[in-house]
Design a protein around this ligand. Structure first.
Ligand code: SF4
Length: 212
């Protein structure tokens, strides 16, 4: 059975060689739905990551199952719940928001969402106010500094995905305390710089992630 919660480091405080950041976090695998087909998606190469053998759900978990997985988990030493699974978490918006609310209230966890930023296009409405009710930080995949490269690498369902992702980011910047865009470090330096400028023009920081 696919794991709903998983970790990248088993022990708190980085004791097994992972950074303290990973050790503080627990990841939530809400859904396998996604509106992109990114060329680099880990789903094409591995069935699971960290301590999860498989992150492929036979059926996406229901809210009660997500809450039960939280109640069965030992959150000692963990500070942050990160919505980042084998799929795009905003595709399961209601379960994301309600389970995040539960985790904040019952376990005092910070909430981070890692997203492709296409949630407003997917739902056909502005979902940022709803996300902002529970989200402390959000990380949006920019992937490339221009539309052509973005469409080529992420292969999204929507023609206006690049513009939609930028508009989503600008809305997040107004309502969510910490907003970052990300690219991976395999981009050439000039594209990383262009990405940084683009992120700054939307009022957010760029984080350059290591490619795994
Ligand atoms: S948005 Fe994420 S889950 Fe979806 S295809 Fe891209 S990398 Fe994979």
């Amino acid at each position: 059975m696919a794991q709903i919660l998983y970790t990248l480091a088993k022990q708190p405080n980085g004791q097994n060689g992972m950074s303290v950041g990973y050790a503080d976090q627990v990841y939530v695998n809400l859904t396998n739905q996604c509106d992109c087909r990114c060329r680099f998606c880990i789903r094409g190469h591995h069935d699971g990551v960290g301590d999860a053998d498989t992150l492929w759900h036979k059926q996406d978990p229901k809210l009660e199952e997500i809450k039960a997985a939280m109640d069965a988990f030992d959150f000692s030493g963990r500070k942050e719940l990160v919505y980042c699974g084998y799929g795009e978490p905003t595709c399961a918006l209601e379960n994301l928001v309600e389970s995040a609310r539960y985790a904040k209230e019952k376990y005092g966890l910070r909430i981070r969402v890692n997203t492709n930023g296409l949630g407003n296009l997917y739902h056909g409405r502005d979902i940022v106010p709803m996300l902002a009710e529970v989200t402390d930080s959000i990380s949006i995949s920019l992937n490339a500094p221009n539309k052509e490269a973005y469409m080529e690498v992420t292969r999204p369902r929507f023609e206006d995905a690049f513009e939609g992702m930028l508009a989503f980011t600008a809305e997040c910047a107004k309502r969510i305390p910490q907003v970052k865009m990300t690219v991976v470090d395999v981009l050439p330096e000039n594209e990383i710089e262009d990405s940084r400028k683009l992120a700054q023009s939307l009022g957010v920081e760029l984080r350059v992630r290591k490619f795994v």
